[in-house]
Design a protein around this ligand. Structure first.
Ligand code: SAM
Length: 429
């Protein structure tokens, strides 16, 4: 793919930031004008909370590549694989981590090419099987509050599809499991405007089994079309996805082996990735009702803390962070612990990013700020200070207005919505 940026715009922004040292307002949507909103390659194959605007990785991949930098791109908080997909479209090798198995599945599928004939054949077999196969109640997977979120006829339909996919050949199974997850979400009794399962005000209409099976087929057909556009890219890079904790050392990724890290970590106090994936995780057999908490414990930005998390010990001492947390503690101890835990987790994650990056390598961090218990909390500023302590040097700090990121909901007056996100470019020198 030919770069649209020759690096001069990034250099100009960098020079201005180094001169003025104040965040620069930038609209990446406008900046990357050659990419229109809406469908692009396989970005829409599955919904995911707080997806990244593709324009941000595109701008940096193209600008940095113009200077001959590139090679391996890491996203240690990959979610649905936006960075990974753009990286391989731009001919790089992508390495992705996420602790949410659903995120790993979507990312894996999104960054692979498909064989049209093979996948169409598999779909036909799955469909003809799904119309015939029956399953007993006992065979249904352990989905959290399954009978509350899924009508009986819907469960019957999902079970027929599930059994048919299980019997299908291995080649395209991940693709069909991902489409199945998308189908589960669409036929659940949940309010589709929200990422976490919540009952809608108006009771959902009855969905017959036939409709569930037909919907699955439609989702597969539409996603095959999307995946074929990825296959058309010339010199497509390859991608490796790890179900890996960003805070831990990944033995497969060697010290100093990564050229660029582009990542949008979870936001402090607004993260419900496991809850929002819980129904899919159950139907996919990845995590039933008793297995969601252990997954949540690995999530940076988690809200349910275990006893050992409830401490401010170990919070990095940067720029008045501890004083700010102490202020929060006076009105809401739990919020103070949640923020402390977040900062410690980000410290560990940044140390791992530093380890794997080459000297001269780039880190692009996409972060938002919060208002916690009515007080402004400069999450991005503190995380950048922690990154500097780890060894990174800031080259550019920009702010972009958030148009829509579904997890940024105001909740209980304790954490408020984030109106801007910051895109920060740092280097390991
Ligand atoms: C803001 S989302 C990333 C969204 C992604 N850029 C996209 O476009 O879909 C943050 C992701 O970090 C993941 N995450 C949270 N804690 C993690 C950890 N300790 N290690 C790796 N991933 C983690 C969450 O599961 C979530 O998928």
């Amino acid at each position: 793919m030919n770069p649209n940026f020759d690096g001069s715009l990034l250099k100009d922004l960098e020079a201005r930031y180094m001169r003025e040292k104040v965040p620069i307002n930038v609209s990446f949507r406008n900046l990357v004008g050659h990419v229109k909103g809406g469908e692009r390659y396989a970005h829409y194959i599955h919904s995911y909370p707080a997806k990244l605007l593709p324009h941000i990785p595109i701008f940096f991949l193209e600008s940095l590549n113009a200077e001959g930098r590139g090679g391996i791109v890491l996203d240690p908080f990959c979610g649905s694989g936006t960075v990974g997909l753009e990286a391989i479209i731009h001919g790089r090798k992508a390495v992705l981590y996420d602790t949410n198995p659903l995120a790993c599945l979507i990312s894996k599928v999104k960054t692979k090419t498909i064989n049209e004939l093979g996948i169409q054949n598999d779909l036909e077999k799955i469909m003809s099987n799904a119309w015939q196969v029956k399953a007993s109640r006992d065979e249904r997977p352990n989905v959290v509050n399954r009978d509350y979120w899924f009508q009986e006829s819907v469960q019957n339909g999902l079970m027929s599809i599930r059994k048919s996919i299980s019997d299908a050949g291995e080649d395209n199974k991940d693709f069909f499991w991902m489409c199945f997850s998308s189908c589960c979400h669409k036929v659940s009794n949940t309010d589709k405007r929200l990422s976490v399962p919540v009952k809608p005000r108006v009771p959902p209409k009855a969905i017959p089994k036939k409709q569930v099976i037909e919907l699955f087929s439609e989702i597969c057909t539409q996603n095959i079309k999307r995946m074929l556009t990825v296959g058309e890219v010339q010199a497509l890079g390859e991608c490796h996805v790890y179900n890996q904790d960003s805070r831990r050392n990944n033995p497969d990724v060697l010290d100093g082996s990564v050229d660029v890290v582009i990542t949008s970590p979870p936001y402090a106090g607004a993260q419900k990735y496991i809850r929002s994936s819980s129904l899919s995780l159950g139907w996919l057999g990845m995590a039933g009702s008793g297995e969601l908490r252990p997954l949540e414990k690995k999530t940076v930005g988690r809200e349910h803390l275990i006893i050992s998390d409830r401490t401010m010990d170990g919070v990095p001492e940067v720029d008045g962070l501890i004083d700010n947390i102490n202020e929060i503690f006076k009105s809401n101890a739990e919020r103070a612990y949640i923020i402390s835990c977040y900062m410690k987790d980000m410290n560990e994650s940044l140390a791992e990013m530093f380890r794997v990056l080459k000297r001269g390598g780039d880190l692009i961090l996409i972060m938002g700020d919060n208002t916690v218990v009515g007080k402004p909390f400069s999450t991005a500023k503190y995380v950048v200070r922690i990154a500097e302590k780890v060894g990174f040097v800031v080259r550019l700090f920009t702010s972009d207005r958030i148009v829509s990121r579904s997890l940024m909901t105001k909740r209980n007056g304790s954490v408020e919505a984030i109106a801007h996100e910051h895109v920060i470019w740092m280097k390991k020198i």
